[in-house]
Design a protein around this ligand. Structure first.
Ligand SMILES: [Zn+2]
Length: 229
């Protein structure tokens, strides 16, 4: 009887607090009680705001806010992190994506050398490709994009960052050229070449420990993957 009481108390507390709870898989899931990322905050802004896809898990929203804050401290007065789609309020399938269904995926525009921010609601997509005819654009900011990737990993929740294959190759070369390959093998390991990521990186975090109905994805192969490129 006592156990039942404890259990019921726990459930009612969780519901009373309405903590976000990712359910299912990244490409076949939903999220309960998702929280919404503000339109802007210190070091970040949301794009495509008319789509209303700024909802996510607590872990994802905190990750974005902390990373943006850190990048802003390190590179003050520069362009902000520009967030594309995360998920819709209750999760589930949305146009343009297979995943982004359980609040654990988020798109971030690559930082640009020229520091341009795109308007939050004019374009219906990211407005600048950073890979042109198989080559990385001169406007791709290696220093800040690499710093952002490392920063995102600092909290131990990121499992994958989907990028264009040219971006992976060039970021590998950059890390090697500045002597950071060995120290950051896990960051490089998480970079997964995937089509349609010429203008943004897609950050995926692991299921939170508290989300018992969240379906985990297998870990990526060991090693940075740079030697294959
Ligand atoms: Zn995405």
């Amino acid at each position: 009887m006592f156990k039942v009481f404890i259990c019921l108390c726990f459930i009612s507390t969780a519901f009373a607090q309405r903590l976000p709870s990712p359910q299912g898989f990244y490409s076949k899931g939903t999220i309960l009680f998702a929280q919404q990322l503000p339109l802007e905050g210190e070091g970040f802004m949301r794009l495509f705001v008319h789509r209303d896809r700024g909802f996510g898990s607590l872990e994802m929203l905190n990750l974005i806010k902390r990373a943006a804050l850190e990048m802003n401290l390190r590179y003050p007065m520069r362009d902000r992190m520009q967030l594309g789609d995360i998920a819709q309020m209750k999760g589930g399938q949305i146009s343009r994506h297979n995943s982004h269904q359980n609040g654990l995926d988020a798109d971030i525009a690559y930082f640009r050398v020229n520091g341009m921010e795109q308007l939050p609601d004019v374009f219906d997509g990211f407005n600048e490709d950073m890979v042109i005819n198989g080559k990385i654009s001169e406007n791709f900011d290696f220093e800040r994009n690499w710093e952002l990737m490392k920063t995102l990993h600092r909290y131990g929740k990121v499992q994958r960052i989907f990028v264009d294959e040219v971006v992976k190759r060039e970021v590998c070369h950059h890390a090697i050229s500045i002597g950071e390959h060995d120290e950051h093998v896990e960051v490089l390991r998480s970079l997964r070449p995937f089509d349609n990521h010429k203008h943004h990186m897609h950050v995926r975090i692991r299921c939170p420990d508290t989300a018992k109905k969240c379906v985990a994805q297998e870990e990526t192969p060991a090693g940075s993957g740079c030697e294959l490129l």
